[in-house]
Design a protein around this ligand. Structure first.
Ligand code: K1U
Ligand code: ZN
Length: 156
């Protein structure tokens, strides 16, 4: 479980800059601090980067204040679970509050990929992976595939 950030200081800004670079290097659209070994409630996202321009967003101490009853299913992947993609059902729309990279309080209404990615990254802060949203059967198939992928990577 990641801990809340107490102040958005120089050290936090350096972590955020490092996370943004790591996310782009890994071709990801999001990254939570715990994925780089830091158990703080910080995440970065850029869901627009494939349109060319970089538009990183920073979320510090994010909280979901409302989630729609209506759900949507989207295929998700995870940099911590390489080469596994599966459909995950989540609330279709959410409202969230957070601090931005300058420490200013922000609110956000999101749907589509922005809502999916924010929920996925916020799950990381609570130690939850997208695999935990799958049925027992789908999760065990995914975990078996993950073991194979890891073995192949180790073999080079
Ligand atoms: O949290 C993470 O591991 C990042 C993850 C975010 C995410 C992706 C899709 C749905 C929900 C959340 C990723 O960025 S996975 C990598 C990815 O999206 C991608 C990588 C290469 C090619 C195309 C997509
Ligand atoms: Zn992930």
């Amino acid at each position: 479980m990641s801990e809340p950030v107490e102040s958005v200081d120089a050290e936090m800004r350096a972590l955020v800059a490092d996370m943004i670079e790591t996310m782009y290097d890994a071709d990801g659209i999001g990254l939570a601090a715990i994925q780089v070994g830091v158990a703080k409630r910080v995440l970065v996202m850029d869901i627009d980067q494939r349109d060319g321009e970089k538009n990183p967003r920073v979320f510090i101490n994010p909280v979901i204040t409302w989630a729609s009853e209506e759900t949507e299913t989207m295929e998700e992947g995870c940099l911590s679970v390489p080469e596994i993609w599966d459909d995950v059902e989540r609330p279709k729309a959410i409202k969230a509050e957070y601090l931005d990279g300058e420490g200013n309080r922000q609110t956000l209404e999101a749907d589509g990929l922005l809502a999916v990615c924010l929920q996925h990254e916020m799950d990381h802060l609570d130690g939850i992976l997208f695999l935990d949203h799958l049925s027992k059967l789908k999760r065990s198939i995914a975990l078996r595939k993950l073991t194979k992928v890891k073995k192949l990577k180790k073999a080079g």
